[in-house]
Design a protein around this ligand. Structure first.
Ligand SMILES: [Zn+2]
Length: 258
């Protein structure tokens, strides 16, 4: 039985811990800050057996030095990015064997937020870093809108029951923007209300299910007529469904105050 739990770090990051029942050897994803991660792990008398890194941003890698000094785990990370502390560079199609969890993960390169960003995929879950968020997606800092759209489509092609583990608690702001794009989407309205209720009591809104993202996340719905129409109205011109709509909606979100 696998268990996932988040360690909140900084204002809104989650460092995910993957644990197999009965084992003290855990996997940690994107340790941006060492102190809260080491404190949480040591409080439970666990040992960090492996670290997975999705991309080079400091809020995902800042704790690597201290984590490596304490536990000396292998650190997997994107081959296309230079990250101090990563000693197992991975590229698209690679497989990461996690003996401590008795599972293997497939590496998918998902460029856009950064150029080398990778996701780690299993049949039932996906560790997606800052690519796909609950109700939204990462900003396109290094890649093109076309690249980011293709990366999100690749994640969207996973089985609908896939649990999406992202690295930030952005859900309410994302869904408020989504409801501006698609005010007539009832599933979206219900999801926003549920997320607001969860946050009001301090609960995490992640992970999410891919099926809910497909039904409510505008960045996975760039070929849906309502989203295309909203993007066209926002841009004041006609747009091709897909990457062009994605670019308009992404820029729209960049300037949106929730
Ligand atoms: Zn990032």
């Amino acid at each position: 039985m696998l268990r996932f739990w988040p360690i909140p770090v900084f204002a809104d990051n989650y460092v995910w811990v993957l644990e197999r029942e009965g084992s003290r050897r855990v996997v940690v994803v994107d340790p941006g800050d060492a102190a809260p991660v080491l404190a949480a792990v040591e409080r439970r008398k666990l040992e960090i057996a492996t670290v997975l890194v999705t991309h080079h941003h400091h809020d995902h890698t800042g704790g690597l030095g201290e984590v490596v000094r304490r536990f000396a785990p292998p650190v997997y990370g994107p081959a296309r990015e230079a990250i101090a502390g990563v000693d197992r560079p991975v590229a698209d199609g690679d497989r990461v064997e996690l003996d401590e969890l008795e599972i293997a993960l497939d590496v998918a390169e998902v460029p856009g937020h950064t150029l080398g960003h990778v996701a780690y995929l299993a049949p039932a879950f996906a560790l997606v870093g800052d690519t796909l968020f609950a109700g939204g997606c990462g900003r396109v800092f290094e890649g093109s809108f076309e690249q980011m759209h293709a990366s999100l489509q690749r994640l969207a092609d996973q089985p609908p029951a896939t649990e999406i583990y992202c690295a930030h608690e952005y859900t309410v702001a994302n869904l408020r923007f989504a409801a501006t794009v698609e005010p007539g989407n009832r599933a979206l309205g219900q999801r926003l209300a549920a997320a607001e209720a969860a946050r009001a009591t301090g609960q995490a809104t992640v992970p999410s299910h891919l099926a809910d993202e497909l039904a409510t996340n505008p960045f996975l719905r760039c070929a849906v007529p309502a989203v295309v129409a909203a993007a066209e109205a926002h841009a004041g011109r006609s747009l091709d469904p897909g990457a062009e709509v994605f670019g308009v909606v992404r820029r729209w979100k960049d300037g949106f105050a929730a």
